[in-house]
Design a protein around this ligand. Structure first.
Ligand code: IFM
Length: 479
């Protein structure tokens, strides 16, 4: 059994994190499991999306992914070798409830029971996410997230999983990155189910929020000692200039990306300015019913934040589009603000074209502590894709990824010192995996996966992260 007691006696002066800080790594079911046709799993919207020509780069799919379904024991041992204190993963709804409602598929549930038991046997805390984008196809056929009924189906699903695993999983999150599920799935169409229906995308966003709230309520009624979170992807947003148009663009993007979800989850309201931006497309009476907002604001034990980058935005006509555009033909996810341009802020970029900006994380964290105070925070995803090279001697020298994580952890430490209640960090991702519409082209892992043999190889960043965990913090100044 691996122990996770940090050695706080650093040989060199460094940044020590508080005792009990959670050191984790994250994955999601669809991106790693493979085994899509086994043990009674039903179809999901991503199966359909991948099978549609032109949707995923190189026509790739997740039928095998990184074969975690069959290799989970080895993968858990690898987590133990790294010294992780926690592992964040998601469960596949269609594996557990093949049609998204009705009978539970016990074989599917057993996979997660076994995974959890394996984690616990190594002293690794399982952090379970209920929904990471792989909606059962049967529910999409019935209307998908634009349909209110999907929220209720999700609450039933959450209750079933929580009922089965709530005795051994203490930390739960509901919906991962509802912005992506709604806006990329139903407005730009660059994610499954690939629809381009802007007003419906807003309805989807509300129903994802509602699904979250109803699931929290259902879980609270079962195991009172569970810690439950929402999980949102937040960005720092800056206007390209001080012009009125650019400032309005920043307000709009911040509104739809950040405040639409934060205000709903934390305060049970949608920002008036965002509703006004959307009013030519849809109005609240078309999607909000009595009691919805109170349900969405069900009290949480913690908030989980995925942070990757900063947006610099322009409202000037013809503002430049970001280098981080979708890999395939798509519409705009910026419903009601399609005119906004994404401008190159002049920072180094990852292989996704996303600008590296640790100061943006500092802004996000301090803003949360100021505007949504008192809730414990966790970084549930942070990391970077780079074009990793496996050398002939079987190593991967990914200094850029190590520096990326180092920079962001330094920011986390600074925020904690300044009083931000940040209590843990999960690197995205534990292993290279299926990066949605980008297929296998983008590698986010601390662990390199040779897709032809499924061999796992620790990158330099993984070895460095293991050292960081072992020391309970960062050694010495930034390199
Ligand atoms: O791979 C994704 C993950 O599924 C959700 N958050 C962002 C990651 C990188 O794009």
């Amino acid at each position: 059994m691996t122990t996770h007691k940090p050695d706080t006696q650093l040989e060199t002066p460094g940044l020590v994190f508080p005792t009990g800080f959670v050191w984790g790594a994250a994955t999601s079911a669809y991106q790693i499991e493979g085994a899509l046709d086994v043990d009674g799993r039903g179809r999901s919207i991503w199966d359909t999306f991948c099978a549609t020509p032109g949707r995923v780069v190189n026509g790739e799919d997740a039928r095998v992914a990184i074969d975690h379904y069959n290799r989970y024991r080895d993968d858990v041992r690898l987590m133990a070798d790294l010294g992780l204190s926690a592992y964040r993963f998601s469960v596949s709804w269609s594996r557990i409830q093949p049609l998204g409602s009705g009978a539970i598929n016990n074989k599917g549930l057993d996979f997660y029971k076994n995974l959890v038991d394996e984690l616990l046997s190594y002293g690794i805390d399982p952090w379970l996410t209920l929904y990471h984008w792989d909606l059962p196809q049967a529910l999409e056929d019935a209307g998908g997230w634009p349909s209110r009924d999907t929220s209720k189906r999700f609450a039933d699903f959450a209750a079933a999983v929580h009922g089965a695993l709530g005795d051994r999983v203490k930390n739960w999150s509901t919906v991962n990155e509802p912005w992506c599920a709604a806006l990329l799935g139903y407005a730009s169409g660059e994610h499954a189910p690939g629809r381009r229906e802007p007003a419906k995308a807003i309805h989807a966003a509300h129903h994802l929020n509602l699904a979250h709230g109803l699931a929290v309520e259902a879980m609270r009624a079962q195991h009172a000692d569970s810690r439950i979170a929402g999980s949102v992807n937040l960005y720092a947003v800056t206007p390209a200039t001080e012009s009125e148009a650019d400032q309005d663009a920043a307000r709009r993007v911040d509104g739809l990306q950040n405040r639409f979800f934060l205000d709903a989850l934390m305060y049970g309201r949608y920002p008036e300015d965002v509703l006004a931006d959307l009013s030519h497309l849809t109005t609240p009476d078309e999607f909000i019913q009595d009691g919805d907002l109170a349900a969405i604001a069900a009290p949480l034990d913690m908030l989980m934040i995925n942070y990757y980058s900063r947006f610099t935005v322009s409202g000037a006509p013809g503002g430049a589009q970001s280098a981080a555009a979708a890999p395939t033909d798509s519409g705009s996810p910026w419903v009601g603000s399609e005119h906004v341009g994404f401008v190159n802020g002049g920072r180094p970029v990852t292989s996704m074209g996303w600008e590296v900006d640790g100061t943006g994380l500092y802004e996000v964290l301090t803003r949360l502590a100021r505007e949504y105070p008192s809730i414990p925070l966790y970084i549930s995803e942070n990391g970077a894709a780079y074009d990793d090279v496996l050398t002939e001697d079987g190593t991967v020298h990914d200094a850029e990824r190590r520096d990326f994580i180092d920079t962001h952890l330094r920011v986390c430490h600074q925020a904690i010192e300044g009083g931000v209640p940040l209590q843990g960090y999960f690197a995205w991702s534990l292993m290279d995996n299926f990066e949605w519409a980008w297929g296998y082209d983008k590698r986010f892992g601390l662990v390199y996966v040779d897709y032809s043999t499924q061999t796992r190889i620790l990158k330099d960043s993984a070895l460095w992260y293991a050292e960081t965990i072992r020391h309970g913090g960062l050694r010495g100044p930034a390199e």
